[in-house]
Design a protein around this ligand. Structure first.
Ligand SMILES: Cc1cc2nc3c(=O)[nH]c(=O)nc-3n(C[C@H](O)[C@H](O)[C@H](O)COP(=O)(O)OP(=O)(O)OC[C@H]3O[C@@H](n4cnc5c(N)ncnc54)[C@H](O)[C@@H]3O)c2cc1C
Length: 414
């Protein structure tokens, strides 16, 4: 059986890997110049620059089935976070795993003692969930993450200083309007495993998936213009003006491209981030994520990424990754300037030399409460056509890989 997979993001590559392992002939057609989709790493002047700040949770249940963590040489963030309000610094140690670590930060006033007990309770309840993805984490009425943490009695101060910047950085939404299923699933990932990056960049994840495929199976710079149909049935694709036939076509693109190619009812709204990189004259923040607890800040979070993996910077140099959740219309100079303004309030006198800006307006699809029940499945009503992509599960590395896995099973009739 010959299968064409359109798109070499995590969903497409996982689907292709599973199909190839089962003996199918697979061709992956990718519009851009390489594999990974939204998960890629560039190299510039000896620095490794991920295309947007992303982390990998070792507890992700689906990706563990497909990735060799040891070869990825995963480097671990320190748990907890550093909350910054101007010069004021509050270190949250490891509220999820080590209750003793709560005591120093108890003195800080960022969280009340009941907040800490509620955090532990939330972690325990989240770990007990048996689901493989946020999308599958059903269980009664869905609500926004904000409603969820308020219902559990967290103080407004803790919500504002911790949940908004922390989950704002994960959901790319400080208003916490994202489905509480995503919050609970992410909480479980944080509590059950480690938060990491591959030593040589997040792009190593798709590269490892692609390494399971025959070299000639993935064709870059091959945008698919349309699906080939015979009557109702999809029988191949148009690529570079040529027709290429297959027994099955898996459309594994981002949601907007999937809608254009197939007409499938995929989610429309997106959330984005801007990630600016600076070379700094000294390491700051250790291996913890720094969160901006101020009102309406430009910078939401930052991390000395070369503290986590020294391979992200040339020897003796330091790389700072700085994320904002808005300002897509600003020039690079303005993004850099506003990043420097915020980070300099935290670390006066720090020398920040701009390196690169990545604007990723379509980072994740928006996941308001209840959306996971309305997402399309992998199976379509069209013979010969299968869908894969984060938008059939949830917006994450794990969700996109689960979608790819399910798409392969659909093709194989399992
Ligand atoms: C900045 C950022 C931060 C994130 N942070 C995290 C995080 O910390 N943890 C986490 O788990 N997840 C995170 N995510 C989400 C995660 O990266 C995505 O959910 C996942 O990569 C989506 O994979 P995908 O295969 O569904 O889609 P994509 O990665 O979008 O892949 C689709 C592919 O299809 C190709 N394509 C499109 N149209 C065509 C066509 N016509 N012909 C051929 N090819 C085509 C595209 O070029 C692309 O390569 C983040 C994403 C971003 C961008």
């Amino acid at each position: 059986m010959k299968v064409i997979v359109v798109g070499a993001g995590l969903a497409g590559l996982t689907c292709a890997k599973v199909l190839a392992e089962s003996g199918a002939e697979v061709v992956v057609l990718e519009a851009s110049d390489g594999v990974g989709g939204r998960v890629r790493t560039d190299e510039k002047d000896g620095f490794l620059l991920d295309r947007g700040f992303q982390v990998y949770f070792t507890a992700y249940p689906v990706s563990r089935r497909h990735l060799d963590h040891a070869s990825l040489d995963l480097r671990t963030f320190d748990p907890g976070a550093i909350l910054r309000r101007g010069r004021e610094e509050t270190v949250l140690s490891d509220p999820l795993r080590d209750p003793k670590a709560l005591v120093p930060s108890l003195l800080s006033g960022a969280a009340t003692f009941p907040d800490k007990l509620r955090t532990l309770k939330l972690a325990a309840a989240s770990v007990a969930q048996g689901t493989e993805s946020a999308g599958e984490a059903n269980g009664g009425r869905d609500s926004s993450s904000l409603e969820y943490v308020r219902d559990r009695g967290f103080s407004e101060m803790f919500i504002h200083r911790f949940f908004r910047p922390f989950y704002g950085g994960i959901f790319l939404d400080r208003s916490l309007s994202t489905s509480s299923r995503v919050l609970r699933f992410t909480f479980k990932m944080l509590a059950a495993g480690k938060t990491t990056i591959p030593a040589r960049g997040i792009g190593r994840i798709p590269e490892q998936l692609a390494s399971h495929l025959p070299a000639e199976a993935v064709r870059s710079n091959s945008p698919v213009g349309a699906l080939l149909r015979e009557g109702e049935t999809v029988v191949g694709v148009e690529v570079g003006g040529d027709a290429e036939e297959a027994d099955r076509v898996v459309v594994a693109t981002d949601a907007p491209s999937a809608r254009r190619l197939t007409g499938a009812p995929v989610p429309e709204e997106a959330l984005g981030q801007i990630c600016a990189y600076y070379r700094t004259d000294r390491p700051i923040g250790g291996k913890k994520i720094m969160l901006n607890s101020e009102e309406d800040p430009f910078v939401n979070n930052a991390v000395g990424i070369s503290n986590v993996s020294p391979l992200y910077a040339p020897q003796g140099e330091h790389l700072l990754s700085v994320v904002s959740l808005g300002g897509f219309e600003l020039s690079d100079e303005e993004v850099f300037r506003r990043g420097v303004e915020d980070v300099s309030r935290w670390y006066p006198g720090l020398d920040l030399a701009p390196l690169a800006v990545y604007r990723v307006p379509y980072s994740q699809f928006d996941q308001p409460p209840g959306i996971h029940e309305r997402l399309p499945g992998n199976r379509t009503g069209t013979p010969g056509l299968v869908l894969a992509g984060e938008y059939t599960e949830d917006s994450s590395i794990n969700g996109s890989m689960l979608s790819g896995e399910k798409a392969a099973r659909e093709v194989l009739g399992q």
